[in-house]
Design a protein around this ligand. Structure first.
Ligand SMILES: *Cc1c(COP(=O)(O)O)cnc(C)c1O
Length: 384
């Protein structure tokens, strides 16, 4: 897995890890093994360890080996969605009576899973500003088993110093989880910075084409990986063969896409910052961003997500979303096409009234890889 790819560059690993040409046919791309069960050569005589596709499927294995290599981990597991991956992690690591710390601007679905589902099973949680180590320290309890970090965060692009929080979590006897969805492993590798587990919604940059929903967990802790794999099979929310293949296909171009997303986002940020109707721009590449130095230290570049506040409040923000043409109004992010959305009414509606509520005048952009000039023209007309 990752070891045999060490020494190669990320771009090369993305294209080759877990993807040797097919042993029988020489097919250069791993086939879609659209199959539920595998013939056994005598009872228990499995070929390559495959018996039933919930337990393991060769196309999913190719994706899992690839993801492990990209994150510099020992093992990865692929799921039906990012939230299925999160659910598997939470139910593997936590028991009734345990406590976890979640960030005050977590992805809305993560918050909902913790507050509305996991809590009912006797797990308690606190909210912290993970960008501030003192806030995390204050939230830790003797029964804290997990610290959850999302950096850059969704939708406010907050930055957390992964190495600092990893030390804090370790000294409290808790594990650190990093949701690396916004950065992708090309821009940031949390395991190398001390995280115990990386979570992905592969729906986003890894898939990259808005045509698949998927999730993943990656870790270097082999014992934990075994437990996670047991739960993955026991609970069953696996990534199917075709979905695994789509994510693998997307990953081949991850590096070039992320470079272009970052370049285009920098152009968009420059234009927004100068626009009279824009009150504030959230982007870690801005020197005025409070997490800029940390982001520059732990990320290769600043990525394609940009949020901004519009003068005129909620109505003005909604109008900008409605007027955009090239930026498609929609949830999700990380695809080649640019998207625009209103977090308060859309992706983060479930956080309303909680500590995770987002400003009503906020607009979030997923800056795609179209020509930057076309994107700027659309934003300019949408802002009026
Ligand atoms: C989308 C997203 C998730 C959830 O992933 P799904 O694939 O939609 O289940 C988790 N974290 C972040 C940061 C996301 O953007």
């Amino acid at each position: 897995m990752s070891e045999q790819h060490s020494g190669r560059h990320f771009e090369t690993t993305a294209i080759h890890a877990g993807q040797e040409p097919d042993a029988v046919t020489g097919a250069v791309v791993p086939p879609i093994h659209q199959v539920s069960t595998f013939k056994q050569d005598g009872v228990g005589g499995l070929r390559g360890g495959y018996e039933y596709s919930r337990s393991a499927n060769p196309t999913r294995t190719a994706l899992e080996e690839n993801l492990a290599a990209l994150e510099g981990g020992r093992r990865a597991l692929a799921f039906a969605s990012g939230l299925a991956a999160e659910d598997c992690l939470l139910r593997t690591v936590l028991r009734p009576g345990d406590h976890l710390v979640i960030p005050d601007d977590a992805y809305g679905g993560t918050f909902r899973l913790v507050a509305k589902v996991v809590e009912r099973w006797g797990v308690s949680w606190s909210v912290a500003n993970t960008g501030d180590p003192a806030s995390v320290r204050e939230a830790l309890r003797p029964e804290t088993k997990l610290v959850w970090v999302e950096t850059p965060s969704n939708p406010l692009l907050g930055i957390t110093d992964i190495a600092v929080i990893a030390d804090l979590a370790r000294s409290a006897g808790a594990r650190l989880v990093v949701d690396n969805t916004f950065a992708s492993p090309y821009l940031q590798q949390p395991l190398a910075l001390g995280a115990d587990v990386v979570v992905h919604s592969t729906t986003k940059y890894l898939g990259g084409h808005s045509d698949v929903v998927g999730g993943a967990l990656v870790t270097s802790d082999v014992a934990l990986a075994e437990e996670l794999a047991f739960h993955q099979n026991a609970m069953g929310a696996i990534a199917g063969p075709f979905d695994s293949w789509l994510v693998l296909r997307g990953i081949k171009t991850l590096a070039v896409r992320m470079d272009r997303h970052s370049l285009n986002a920098a152009r968009v940020v420059e234009a927004l910052t100068a626009h009279p109707k824009v009150v504030q721009v959230y982007y870690p590449g801005l020197e005025s961003h409070p997490g800029h130095e940390t982001a520059a230290k732990q990320m290769r570049d600043f990525g394609g997500m940009v949020s901004f506040r519009v003068a005129g409040g909620e109505r003005a923000a909604v109008e900008v979303c409605d007027r955009a043409r090239l930026f498609t109004l929609g949830e999700s992010l990380g695809g080649v096409e640019s998207l625009i959305e209103h977090p308060y009414r859309m992706t983060h509606a479930s956080a309303a009234g909680s500590a995770l509520e987002v400003p009503a005048d906020l607009v979030r952009l997923s800056v795609g890889i179209e020509a930057a000039d076309d994107l700027l023209a659309d934003l300019s007309q949408a802002l009026g």
